[in-house]
Design a protein around this ligand. Structure first.
Ligand code: GTP
Ligand code: MG
Ligand code: ZN
Length: 297
């Protein structure tokens, strides 16, 4: 079918009780229904669509344009990058979760940006490790405070013209950062429970918020565990981006950097080039993936 003259391209920002909210290139929002033949489950937040404006502020979605990538949790299409937020304290940064999130992002071939929020609080040595080591291996690390505004300009700049998802454990300040970046959008934030040191799960539905300086951003609920990427054992090491150089020195081409002799990765761990916790997390996840392979056989 050829699109009617009046049809224009738009981006789906949210879905709410049967309506899709579609933003046109000028930034105007349209409350849309789907053209009858379209099934409800073909459209995700983040999809680019062709739609026909009808009366003021309303429209009909005609078709969905091809998708680049699709995240499952949260279900968002066409994501460019993920901000992995950790905090200086309350809760303390968690390197296990950080590494698990980073490999998921690498596996999806998305850009990962690490955000260290709550820099108004004192941080421990893990904060220093993130700033030094993760920066050195190539991840941008942005230091912020939603409380005093530190780093928000820099954060704004990395999100320019991109679709960004904010991920990380509960209570690190994801929603608080978003509230600072998107004026007039008060997202629910939760007090960190003093006893547990983690926040309540306060963030639920999926929505892209337009940023004043260009780009869109989605909040996610905090989590403490994530699934492994659906990969084979030999596909894991390349997701630990700094293993690439040292693995050129492994004696075996198919070295998994665990029990093998003459392993460049293990040498690099021994001489301190590779962070011990990165290697430990690699071994743990490798073990889990091998275990999964056994279950599927
Ligand atoms: N000191 C300080 N506190 C902050 C900062 N950012 C957020 N907080 C507080 O941390 C608590 C949790 O913030 P949220 O924004 O709800 O955290 P979240 O990551 O969205 O949590 P979930 O939605 O549960 O995943 C709130 O009490 C915030 O006021 C910050 O930069 N500094
Ligand atoms: Mg939140
Ligand atoms: Zn090796």
């Amino acid at each position: 079918m050829t699109d009617r003259n009046a049809s224009i391209n738009g981006l789906v920002l949210k879905r709410y009780s049967g309506f899709y909210y579609v933003q046109d290139p000028e930034g105007e929002l349209f409350e849309c229904r789907l053209r009858g033949k379209l099934q409800d489950d073909v459209i995700l937040v983040g999809d680019r669509v062709v739609f026909t404006p009808t009366e003021k502020g309303k429209g009909i979605v005609e078709r969905v344009l091809p998708r680049d990538v699709q995240l499952r949790r949260p279900a968002i299409a066409n994501v460019n990058q993920v901000l992995v937020v950790m905090s200086y304290d309350q809760p303390e940064p968690n390197l296990k979760l950080l590494d698990r999130l980073l490999i998921l992002i690498e596996n999806l071939k998305l850009t990962a940006v690490i955000v260290l929020n709550k820099c108004d609080l004192p941080g421990n040595e893990t904060v220093v490790t993130i700033k030094e080591y993760y920066r050195r291996i190539g991840y941008p690390v942005i230091v912020t405070s939603a409380a005093d505004g530190t780093g928000l300009q820099e954060l704004n700049e990395v999100m320019n013209d991109k679709i960004t998802v904010i991920a990380g454990p509960s209570g690190v300040g994801k929603s608080s950062l978003l509230n600072m970046l998107v004026p007039g959008k008060e997202l629910k934030t939760g007090q960190v429970s003093r006893k547990l040191g983690r926040g309540r799960h306060t963030t639920r539905h999926v929505e892209l918020f337009p940023l004043p300086s260009g780009g869109w951003v989605a909040d996610t609920p905090g989590f403490t565990v994530v699934d492994n990427p659906p990969i084979k054992r030999e596909e894991l090491a390349p997701l630990f981006i700094e293993f690439a150089g040292p693995s050129a020195n492994c004696r075996f081409l198919d070295c998994l950097h665990s029990g093998e002799v003459d392993c460049g990765v293990k040498d690099a761990v021994r001489d301190g080039t590779i962070l011990a916790s990165r290697y430990q997390n690699y071994l743990t996840i490798l073990g889990e993936i091998i275990e999964q392979e056994r279950c599927y056989r």
